[in-house]
Design a protein around this ligand. Structure first.
Ligand code: 5GP
Length: 125
């Protein structure tokens, strides 16, 4: 079920539990600002989720409320993950779902990094 991205942050969401180490994950990158790990249900040969360490419901919440240093750190982490995976030359896709129409399911901001094969058109028609 998609979430309502206007609700307050719920610290019982699954990614908050991953950040606290309460649920295992396959980490591919971590720094002061972000954690990146393999999606449990990959939609491409490489499907990594990058999440900020701060408590933000969505891209809307993050872009509206996060300090500039935190935004820069997170964006740099997303780029680092793609470079580290060798995705720059073949190309890749970033996706951040927001709220109901975006079909966001986990209420902690995450950017999907997809790669490893041609990804086709942007949306299913
Ligand atoms: P959304 O639809 O919110 O943009 O994407 C949520 C993503 O989180 C989905 O791709 C889903 O497979 C992934 N996911 C949900 N629960 C877990 C989990 O416990 N561990 C990992 N690694 N990924 C999860």
């Amino acid at each position: 079920m998609p979430i309502d991205a206007t609700l307050p942050y719920d610290d019982q969401n699954i990614f908050a539990k991953i950040l606290r180490g309460e649920i295992p994950n396959q980490t591919v990158y971590e720094d002061d600002w972000a954690l990146a790990f393999h999606d449990i249900n990959p939609q491409a040969p490489l499907h990594v989720l990058v999440i900020p360490k701060g408590a933000y419901v969505s891209w809307d919440d993050f872009s509206n409320h996060a300090p500039a240093e935190e935004i820069a750190g997170f964006i740099r982490a997303v780029g680092h993950v793609a470079r580290q995976a060798g995705l720059v030359e073949p190309g890749y896709r970033l996706l951040a779902n927001v709220g109901g129409h975006g079909h966001q399911e986990v209420p902690h901001l995450h950017v999907h990094v997809f790669g490893g094969q041609p990804l086709g058109p942007m949306l299913v028609r």
